[in-house]
Design a protein around this ligand. Structure first.
Ligand code: GLA
Length: 449
């Protein structure tokens, strides 16, 4: 409540003064008359009583005014997101790409353990996100979302506590429509109560989908959920999953911390399925979006398929490298309990992850494309650059880089190959090497004094 609400309004003060002034005039007149001491003192007493009654009544009025002022003042929450929760792109693991709706408590716990033993948690993958199908098919009798009691017998709060104890953050999925894409209860019309539910479970990250939204306006709908999360009071990363349909990069900066820019990813180089597509098609569609991303507001080209059937190790390495060049959120989507070392080494390469997580927070862009080859670059803090050469052809190819062709470079740089983990000289000398089909070479360039 603000201080002014406690102060009497000017009209109340004035009427109180008028009343006191009026009573003192009456008192004076009565004393002047002085006809009879008893009568006078009787009148005086009566006047005093009247004045007291009026003052008391008036002060009651004053309180009533203040109470009604309070109840009329807007009690709506603030329209804002929680700031500063994603200064670098969020990193974690999500159930969907490998497990779809087939998820449960045991899977989550085994995954948490595998993320720790594989070194992924230490490398930065801290959000464990339960995608679609974690909830019961219906809300409870009070309209609250509940976890599926068969899949999550311990309940969602206990799962959140477990994840926090293991050093993770707890992510969950729902949908802005009436139902999620897999047919579970959606959030439409329940935003504020759902946000309170998530907060009470200790949720740290909400992915919010766009199925079954009817005629709802995307911006307004996502704003409602943002405000609901803010009102619930627990800092929760808000991940918009609207597939880029309404160009969220143009309006979602103040609504969420990341927004999907495309439909779903599929585990392949460039296949097209009904709702999904290979990562190379998604990569191509990111051209031009780089100017919209930055700390706390990232383009999200979807979760990773690194390590999933359908991608060769080279395609997984290239996919990971380019997601880092894009400053994409790094949500692993493979079965980390059984991944081979080759995949673990890709996902945990800290120097490559550092390209993604660079504090400057600039998304990279396609610098050049020619037959069979693309060069993607990303500006880094302290004058550095990430440079990724992608072989788009079906055969292994010789690559020569004359660094002078990278016209944005200023002066001389040390060149480090991040997959070989080797310094390979400076930009004073051309680079010559072989790049396998659908593979990459990823360099970090650091300026030399
Ligand atoms: C949509 C999203 C996916 C996934 C599924 C779940 O397709 O884009 O990432 O969350 O829904 O049903």
């Amino acid at each position: 409540m603000n201080e002014n609400a406690l102060r009497p309004t000017p009209s109340v003060s004035r009427s109180l003064a008028e009343i006191l002034d009026f009573s003192s005039q009456r008192k004076e007149k009565a004393m002047k008359a002085n006809r009879c001491k008893q009568t006078c003192s009787g009148i005086y007493t009566i006047i005093l009583v009247i004045v007291l009654v009026i003052i008391t009544g008036c002060s009651t009025d004053k309180q009533q005014v203040n109470v009604s002022e309070q109840s009329q003042s807007p009690v709506s929450g603030e329209s804002r997101k929680f700031e500063g929760l994603a200064l670098t792109p969020p990193m974690g693991w999500n159930t969907w790409n490998t497990f779809g709706t087939n998820i449960n408590e045991q899977l989550i716990k085994e995954t948490a353990e595998a993320l720790i033993s594989s070194g992924m948690q230490e490398a930065g993958y801290i959000y464990i996100v339960l995608d679609d199908a974690w909830s019961a098919k219906e809300r409870d009798s009070q309209g609250h979302l509940v976890g599926d009691p068969k899949k999550f017998p311990g309940g969602m709060k206990a799962l959140g506590d477990y994840l926090h104890k293991m050093g993770f953050k707890f992510g969950i999925y729902n949908c802005a429509g009436n139902k999620t894409c897999a047919g579970y209860p959606g959030g439409r019309g329940h935003e504020y109560e759902d946000a309170r539910t998530y907060a009470s479970w200790g949720v740290d990250y909400l992915k919010y989908d766009w199925c079954n939204h009817g005629t709802a306006d995307a911006k307004e709908t996502y704003k409602t959920m943002r405000d609901a999360l803010y009102a619930a009071g627990r800092p929760i990363i808000f991940s918009l999953c609207e597939w880029g349909n309404n160009k969220p990069w143009l309006w979602a900066k103040d609504i969420g911390h990341l927004w999907r820019t495309t439909g779903d990813i599929a585990p392949c180089w460039d296949c097209r399925k009904q709702w999904s597509m290979g990562w190379k098609i998604i990569l191509d569609s990111q051209v031009g979006l780089e100017k919209y991303a930055g700390p706390d507001h990232w383009n999200d080209p979807d979760m990773m398929e690194v390590g999933n059937d359908g991608l060769s190790p080279a395609e997984s390495r290239a996919h990971f490298s380019l997601w880092c060049i894009l400053a994409a959120p790094l949500m692993a989507g493979n079965d980390v309990r059984t991944m081979p070392d080759e995949i673990r080494n890709i996902l945990t390469n800290k120097e490559v992850i550092a390209i993604d997580q660079d504090p400057l927070g600039k998304q990279g862009y396609k610098f050049k494309a020619e037959a069979g080859k693309e060069i993607w670059v990303k500006e880094l803090s302290r004058g550095g650059w990430g440079v990724c050469v992608l072989n788009t052809s079906d055969i292994s190819a010789k690559t020569i880089i004359n660094w002078k062709d990278l016209t944005f470079l200023k002066g001389t740089y040390q060149v480090r190959d991040l997959w070989q983990k080797k310094n390979i000289g400076t930009t004073n000398n051309d680079f010559a090497g072989e790049v396998a089909s659908h593979d990459v070479i990823l360099f970090k360039l650091s300026p030399l004094e």
